[in-house]
Write a protein that binds this ligand. Structure first.
Ligand SMILES: Cc1cc2nc3c(=O)[nH]c(=O)nc-3n(C[C@H](O)[C@H](O)[C@H](O)COP(=O)(O)OP(=O)(O)OC[C@H]3O[C@@H](n4cnc5c(N)ncnc54)[C@H](O)[C@@H]3O)c2cc1C
Length: 405
């Protein structure tokens, strides 16, 4: 589609985006910049605590095993996060690097090393002795396989999401605080969405970027494709005077095969650590955001083993988030199968936050007629998806029931 040039002249928007998480906020932002008169609708606002984008921080890394497309998307997204964070005067990206705590020489990390090198993305393989000297707060196994991505790091998630939505509004986009559901359809096209107070909002096209709520918005299309699970996150408070978990000393880190990851104590909020196993099915609207004793036990055991100085330290904050998993952990970025002007953006599967700027760019391109590029068929609704989340977390750890820690 192309803008109808109706900006400022009243009338219907060209585009309505439902959902102001990282996917929807960036889509609205780019659509508005592309000249589409755009309204962004969210039931609770951008970066609220129920949204998957509503946590404090997210890791941005380029390592994706042998998958070069996500490595490229991550780099493209990083450039936008950096640029706009600087432009808006908010340090949304924290350049702390990402440390990969590998357990074998032929695993995800080794595949990532090869991919990043061939893509020209900075990465270092670090010998264990050197790793111990550089990051003395981390307990490395003698046979650890360690990688470091020096240009990776952390994104300020809820702050960043809100910043994108604010920039969209500053640049002339319209924001509506309301739930919205698909309204009337005619001849294979959606005519409008219905807002919470019953008003109908029509548009030329619609993007539904409703994160974990997507299976409710389109149950017939997405009910079986996206599974929403509870994910518990912990912040450990270092001992008084211990600066070794701060962002100038500890990178973001991923223990892929053990399925744990973490973020340094940014803004003194505590060292973040989370088990990456799937929690129970979760209701993103009504679910209580209280962590389970079982994940607390897992997090504590891992912290004690990996970061000895945290072993006796308290958990000072917790978060409950949710994954919206597709079977193969690839996103869904596609046209609705029955509605030619309605698009679906979701299935973040535990790794989409960083890609928000690139996802938005991609969707606006597709809306304007760009074809599906090589490798991008993975994002289609109709693609055959096999159960496999290994682009985020090691299969063995997922299968083992987390008994190792
Ligand atoms: C614990 C955890 C750790 C993660 N770690 C990382 C990481 O390190 N790196 C990374 O890149 N990714 C990570 N992710 C994944 C990433 O956070 C998500 O993939 C991403 O935030 C999803 O964004 P979204 O825009 O699709 O959904 P959301 O952020 O959930 O946004 C959806 C929005 O839609 C709105 N909405 C829904 N339904 C309606 C409706 N009917 N009407 C109006 N508004 C509606 C909601 O209010 C919400 O604001 C992690 C996720 C979790 C849970």
């Amino acid at each position: 589609m192309s803008g109808r040039g109706s900006r400022g002249s009243g009338g219907l928007p060209d585009l309505v985006v439902v959902g102001a998480g990282t996917m929807g906020a960036w889509t609205a932002f780019w659509a508005n910049r592309a000249g589409l008169r755009t309204t962004l609708v969210d039931a609770w606002g951008a970066g609220h605590p129920r949204a998957t984008s509503g946590d404090e921080t997210r890791i941005i890394r380029s390592s994706y095993g042998d998958d070069a497309l996500y490595a490229r998307w991550s780099r493209a997204a990083l450039a936008h996060w950096r640029r706009f964070g600087e432009e808006w005067g908010e340090p949304l990206f924290r350049p702390v690097g990402t440390l990969w705590l590998g357990h074998r020489p032929d695993g995800f990390e080794a595949a990532s090393l090869a991919t990043l090198r061939s893509e020209g993305i900075p990465v270092e393989q670090v010998a264990v002795d050197e790793a111990r000297a550089r990051w003395p707060q981390v307990a490395f196994e003698d046979d650890a396989y360690v990688l470091f991505e020096p240009e990776a790091g952390a994104l300020m998630a809820r702050q960043g999401t809100a910043a994108v939505a604010r920039a969209f509004e500053r640049e002339g986009g319209a924001f509506e605080l309301s739930p919205a559901r698909p309204g009337q359809a005619k001849d294979g096209r959606l005519l409008d969405v219905v807002l919470g107070d019953g008003r109908r909002l029509g548009a030329g096209a619609f993007v539904f970027a409703a994160g974990p709520w997507l299976p409710r918005v389109f149950p017939e299309v997405l009910g079986e494709l996206i599974r929403v699970t509870k994910q518990d996150v912990f912040f450990f408070g270092p001992a008084g005077g211990d600066a070794s978990f701060g962002p100038d000393r500890l990178p973001t880190w991923v223990d892929y095969d053990a399925a744990f990851y973490g973020v340094p104590a940014i803004d003194a909020r505590g060292a973040k650590l989370a088990p990456d196993r799937y929690g129970p099915v979760f209701d993103p609207s009504a679910g209580e955001r209280i962590v389970d004793p079982d994940s607390t036990r897992l997090a504590r055991a891992y912290a004690a083993r990996r970061f000895p100085a945290l072993a006796a330290q308290p958990i000072v904050e917790t978060r409950v988030c949710q994954y919206e998993m597709t079977p193969d952990a690839h996103f869904i970025l596609d046209r609705h199968p029955d509605l030619a002007n309605a698009w679906i953006a979701g299935g973040g599967s535990g790794h989409a936050f960083k890609h928000g700027p690139r996802i938005g760019e991609y969707l606006v391109g597709r809306l304007q007629g760009a074809p599906v590029g090589p490798g991008e068929e993975r994002f289609s609704v109709g693609t055959k998806r096999v159960d496999d989340a290994t682009l985020r977390t090691g299969a063995d750890a997922m299968a083992s029931g987390w008994q190792g820690y």
